[in-house]
Design a protein around this ligand. Structure first.
Ligand SMILES: [Zn+2]
Length: 139
């Protein structure tokens, strides 16, 4: 009888883990390393900085005349501003994703109001005592 109860308990734990795992598994996100768009923006920014330095050098050694220098420098500055703005947009998107992730993690740390057992996200009933989980407003 005790063996049977232990076997049933192990089965219940196995089923709970199997069902709950997809709910608590971390989602894929743009924070994953090697997100190419971001790296490409930094490469373009560095390239424009190098071009600006080379242009200044060429101007100071007299390889180009005033008018050409001013036109080329303005174009590079506009390009640099566009890239920095794009990086800024990406940074904001990452900040927002971090905030969403923190919010999600806080929500997954909710506990049952009846027994205090930890609750997984989107759980409708407490896995420990079976009480229905009260609805939570979520964006
Ligand atoms: Zn409970």
């Amino acid at each position: 009888m005790i063996l049977l109860a232990t076997g049933a308990a192990i089965l219940v734990v196995a089923v709970v883990v199997f069902v709950a795992y997809p709910l608590v598994r971390p989602a894929r996100s743009i924070l994953t390393p090697g997100s190419g768009q971001f790296e490409e923006l930094f490469r373009r920014r560095d390239r424009v900085y190098v071009e600006l330095r080379e242009l200044d050098f060429d101007y100071h050694v007299g390889k180009i005349i005033d008018d050409d220098y001013l036109v080329a420098r303005e174009q590079l500055e506009i390009e640099a501003a566009r890239i920095l703005q794009a990086i800024d947009v990406q940074m904001k998107a990452i900040d927002e994703e971090i905030e969403r992730e923190v919010k999600r993690l806080r929500e997954t740390r909710k506990v049952c109001s009846s027994c205090g057992a930890p609750l997984a996200l989107n759980t409708r009933f407490c896995p420990a005592c079976g009480e229905p989980v009260k609805a939570v407003a979520r964006r």
